[in-house]
Design a protein around this ligand. Structure first.
Ligand SMILES: Cc1ncc(COP(=O)(O)O)c(C=O)c1O
Length: 700
């Protein structure tokens, strides 16, 4: 030691006493000179190459003019007993690991300083840091593959292997510090701000976002709510240095990968040097933290909390154990951990989630033009032509809007303009949309929780169980003391519980309404576009022709698109001098998408497919009905099916979700399982559904 201190005095002109500091690779000594000034003497590992140390000195020199929280280099690299020796300034502070608690302000400050570092380093380079380095996050998968087998605990080993991660898009790269762990970050405990970032020994040319990810990995340790802590750091970071979309996406997987690498490296190093205590320092906390941040309960809990804070709370979440869906493909959805779910009820993705032809059509048009309907365009005309061709001849004029609600709202305006009347008849438990008028018109809402009942212009007809119930509507019309505007119904009421109307019922009701001067509106938002298999629209099943047809959900396959199609006469009554215009309704992109959805429905023969697979599914369900007493009734057609249970269906639906099949409940008693899958649903999907439902029902 004395020889080393003499060497320091000779080479750096500093006479000092020394104390050993803990370190992983180098030997570090804290030096104090007579005046109380302190330095760190870094004696490099004998195997360390000079060029790497030169790079470290270069970055510290570079940063000394750009950020105030890194050490400065004193003098040149010297040699002592075959080791390279460097002297740098001492930064006061307590390791972040020893500060408790990590206040939001401290975490934000850490983020800001890391952001300043990333910004400063964008223009720094050194040939030595373009290296194949085992701690490089970009090598993470290799490290896991090589060293995970050395992890003794089987559960931990399996988890570590699951943390392998390949970014979907190539990530931005630059020189990074590479090891902003909680012992390399120093804190001023009085100010509770970051006073230093030390040890550039792991510096490497790698993912720019790596420094943030690594810091987050250590910030996450021992935290009850690691994501909240991370959010503070990220917000500080991004206030200084912007993150790209793909970097945000990759951030959390990289955090996990870093912890997994740490466990792997520790397993390897412990095997090599069983007596080295430093190796074990952060392993306990890492082994505890990784499973916690890996599980979806954690992520979900965090998303739920943020959702509660930021979104209106009367927006419900499907399933007891909420899903975090990040990708969809045809009849499948995938969660954030890559688990696949068979989607048996999301009818909006009609031709399949993210159907490639629909995506391409939307993308192409988005690149070319997206503007409003006040300019001439072939696209909207082609779409209107093809759409009206799906309907009876009398329904020949289209209006395009952005949702089912807007379409129903417009349908009511058309009906009022045509009849000069206001009173409407609706079916019990019906839902037609979320606007003020439609809540008034929807018994499901105004008779439900928080509802204020029906206004005087809304008359609710009972949900028919036989054709004789048409008499209820006939009586109602006769007793009206105001003129009738019209009747609105889903031709197969969905929200009411996947109901098939009795044959002959709609015919009598439509005749009665027409005789009273009213118009008939068919809400085909759920049932249209071939879903019921036997017909393109549900009203066709009964041989009636509505005056106004309302379309929504499936026609845009998830793109917000609604349409109202009516007769020339009604459209003319509506054309009373007041312009109708919707900024987004019928824009070029919406039309391109709507047109492609319609084409795909025909090209892929989806109506016939729904009929065939729907029959196969119905047969399976009926067979199940023979054996499971809990089933009361099975009804519907094609891919519009309901399984009514003798009790609430939510337990069953939640258990199906646990087994990877997504279904929903409907009906006033929530005892109807709705089955309305994307149309590509196959026979084998149907078999899987029936078999899984059998398992769930057998558990009682
Ligand atoms: C039958 C029916 N009509 C209208 C709507 C309203 O459509 P949107 O949510 O697109 O406004 C819905 C939505 O669930 C519906 O089921």
């Amino acid at each position: 030691m004395d020889r080393l201190l003499q060497h320091v005095e000779d080479r750096f002109g500093i006479r000092a006493s020394a104390r050993k500091l803990p370190s992983e690779r180098d030997q570090n000594f804290l030096l104090s000179d007579d005046s109380g000034q302190r330095f760190v003497l870094k004696v490099a590992n004998a195997s360390e190459s000079r060029v790497i140390l030169e790079a470290q000195n270069a970055v510290m020199d570079y940063l000394s003019e750009r950020v105030p929280f890194c050490q400065r280099v004193i003098g040149e690299i010297v040699q002592f007993d075959g080791h390279y020796v460097r002297l740098v300034t001492y930064l006061p502070g307590v390791p972040l690991a020893e500060i408790n608690p990590h206040t939001p302000g401290l975490l934000h400050d850490l983020g800001q300083k890391l952001g300043q570092l990333s910004r400063a380093l964008t223009d720094f380079d050194h040939p030595a840091v373009h290296r194949d380095f085992h701690w490089d996050l970009a090598n993470g998968n290799r490290i896991v593959n090589e060293y995970a087998p050395l992890i003794e605990k089987a559960e931990l080993r399996e988890l570590v292997v699951k943390c392998r991660f390949e970014p979907e898009t190539e990530l931005r790269r630059s020189v990074i510090h590479g090891d902003a762990n909680d012992y390399n970050v120093l804190v001023d405990p009085e100010m509770m701000t970051v006073s230093g970032l030390i040890d550039f020994g792991d510096m490497v040319y790698s993912y720019t976002v790596g420094d943030l990810a690594i810091a987050l990995a250590y910030v996450a340790l021992d935290k009850d709510r690691p994501r909240d802590a991370a959010r503070e750091v990220i917000s500080g970071y991004t206030s200084e240095f912007g993150l790209l979309h793909e970097e945000r996406e990759a951030l959390w997987p990289l955090v996990r990968l870093r912890l997994a690498m740490s466990i792997c490296m520790a397993a390897y190093q412990q095997q090599q040097q069983p007596e080295n205590e430093y190796l074990a320092i952060s392993q306990k906390a890492i082994e505890k933290t990784l499973p916690r941040i890996y599980t979806d309960e954690y992520t979900i809990g965090d998303l739920m909390a943020t959702r509660q804070r930021l979104l209106g709370r009367n927006l419900s979440v499907a399933y007891e154990k909420p899903l975090h869906i990040v990708r969809g493909s045809m009849q499948y959805l995938y969660d954030d951990e890559g688990r696949r779910y068979l989607d048996a009820y999301n009818n909006v993705a009609h031709v399949g989630h993210c159907h490639p032809k629909v995506v391409a059509a939307g993308q192409r048009q988005m690149e070319r033009l997206n503007t409003n309907t006040r300019y001439l365009s072939e696209l909207i005309l082609e779409y209107a032509e093809k759409l009206t061709a799906t309907l009876p001849e009398s329904l020949s004029v289209c209006f395009f809007v952005n949702s089912g609600s807007e379409a129903n709202e417009l349908a009511i305006r058309l009906a009022r303009a045509h009849t000069k009347a206001r009173d409407m008849i609706v079916l019990e438990h019906a839902y037609h949309g979320n606007t003020t008028t439609l809540i008034d018109l929807s018994p499901y809402k105004h008779h439900g929780r928080g509802g204020e009942g029906a206004p005087a212009w809304v008359h609710t007809a009972r949900l028919p169980v036989s054709v004789a119930d048409a008499q209820h509507v006939i009586d109602m019309v006769q007793k009206l003391d105001a003129p009738l505007c019209g009747f609105i119904a889903e031709s197969m009421p969905s929200v009411a519980g996947q109901i098939v109307l009795p044959d002959g019922y709609l015919n009598q009701v439509y005749d009665t309404v027409h005789d009273a001067g009213g118009v008939c509106i068919a809400d085909e938002v759920q049932t249209g576009f071939g879903r019921i298999g036997t017909h393109f629209y549900a009203f066709e099943k009964y041989g009636v022709v509505p005056d106004i047809v309302v379309l929504g959900k499936p026609i845009g396959n998830g793109h917000p698109l609604g349409a109202v199609i009516t007769t020339r006469r009604i459209a003319e009554s509506f054309d009373n001098g007041m312009e109708f215009f919707s900024t987004f309704g019928g824009n070029n992109v919406s039309c391109a998408i709507g047109l492609k959805v319609l084409e795909v429905v025909y090209e892929e023969n989806l109506q016939a497919h729904a009929l065939k697979v729907g029959e196969h599914l119905l047969a399976g369900l009926h067979e199940l009905d023979q054996r499971r007493e809990v089933i009361r009734e099975i009804r519907g057609s094609g891919f519009f099916l309901g399984v009514e249970l003798v009790e609430e269906a939510s337990l069953v639906v939640n258990q199906m979700r646990q087994r990877g099949i997504l279904m929903g409940t409907e009906g006033p008693r929530h005892n109807v399982i709705k089955i309305r899958p994307p149309m590509p649903f196959t026979d084998s999907d149907a078999d899987q559904l029936v078999q899984t439902l059998d398992e769930v029902l057998s558990r009682g």
